[in-house]
Ligand binder design. Sequence first.
Ligand code: NOJ
Length: 578
Amino acid sequence: MVVCSFIESCCLTDTGCLPYGYRMVATHPSASGSDWWRGDVIYQVYPRSFMDSDGDGVGDLPGITARLSYLAELGVDAIWLSPFYVSPQNDGGYDVVDYRAIDPLFGTLHDADELISTAHDLGLRVIVDLVPNHTSAEHPWFKAALAAPPGSPERNRYLFREGRGKHGAEPPNNWKSIFGSTAWTRVVEADGQPGQWYLHLFDRTQPDLNWDNPEVRDEFDSVLRFWLQRGVDGFRVDVAHGLVKAPGLPDHDEKIVMADGSPKPAPMFDQDGVHEIYRRWRKVLDEFDPPGLHQTKALVAEAWVWPPSRLAKYLRPDEMQQAFNFEFLTSKWNAANYRKVIDSSLTANEAVGAPTTWVLSNHDVVRHASRFGLKDPGSRPNGIYATDEQPDEVLGLRRARAGTLFMLALPGSAYLYQGEELGLPEHTSLPDEVRQAPEFFRTHGEEAGRDGCRVPLPWAADSPGFGFSPTGKTWLPQPTDWRNYAVDAEAADPASTLNFYRSALALRRKLNLGFGGLTWVDGYPDATLAFRNTKGVLVLANLGKKPIPLPPDAKVLINSDPLPNSGKLPADTTVWLQ
Ligand code: NOJ
């Protein structure tokens, strides 16, 4: 169901019926919860680093369950759990051995059931991660493929090819792995001789599946049903744009990156064939809608696809519900950039009747409190070393709060990454010997990698490991000054980032901002983001250097940092007004 956001003067079928500047947006959530994904706030939990219950220094499912009330109090509507499946953890669990079992590191299936039912009791929906582009090299299918001969059905579940050149000694094409080096690894055949090559867009321990094989499609239908039967509310689909490769796997001369900003998709990404898969999955999810309701289960695409009109294809009514808005995440700290990306995302998604999502941080990027503190604010290094430019922590946090506040007023669904509610910065001085992200190794240290945004959360300022684990152990070391960011310290400080997030989320929920619409407001300096959410809120964000005048009679609902008495909005500050 699609309705208009500005009920007085809109019609159901034609955006032309709306007053100028108002947008057709998603429906309100019904009491029964259908279409909740159109405007809910979803909090990403990275299980390794959220909360450790058994003292081994690695977060786990019982740890998460124990802290779900913290998330309910924070005011989010749903959680997305990064992978917790059986895995050798070569890529933080994005290398799955068994899609239907929990890695003992994280707990048991019973723990997962407990987590889901506790979350539901607290009114939180649960999205789990699905990793369909590749398995772990330790998956029974891949082991069987290695043991079977070329041309066998076992090999046909993956992308095995003969090599090029003399004796097939060269890889089948020139594709590079996203984590660095070649995207092909050669296997040794049963006769002891070097043989075929297999494709891995990521680490060599993450072989790509062959989605042209019906057996692969059937298997994932079954995995979806397995988790839906356990009560999950949706799936975040890893590398959703990568499952289908161009026929013949043609060479691709440019470096392979997840987002290449090119309107012409690279042969390993965004091929039209992926959409058939999501139409099929949509039908599987629909089987689990309660009678009389539709689309209570959601699919969210991790698809680094550009331009937004191509991304919107994943969100057609018979495919997925949401896609991460990486163009928003990667935008520089500049009002014109944000206006452009907000406009283009809303326009592209409205064309297919889909909500837009907003996100500033996740487990793959430098935390936004640090990105915004760089000389080129909003730039996106692949990790930060102690010898690199160090982010300005104070300025970065100020901008992060301002960015979060304008993000939370935008119509659509917002994603938060664990720890951003504490204002956590990136860890920029991890010693190399503790690093685990595969790209650090595959690029021989050229990229510091993603460990700096995955450091275990600080819960208690005065406990060992800042209360992350009962023994004080943490799988990555925490910066010593994180006691200031600990949950208990921030909870006690009315001006803390935690209390700021709590207030902003409560207000967003009360005003139903995620389900509103947006119109730009003229008359402010260019460095201002000025928009009105149809729920009656005027949002002003000053991304420039000079203070800007605030409307004299407006009532301040919330501000990202203190406002002076001058009646002006300082630089790097956002305010919601009524
Ligand atoms: C995207 C995930 O977010 C990332 O963490 C992972 O390394 C790759 N996909 C490969 O699965």
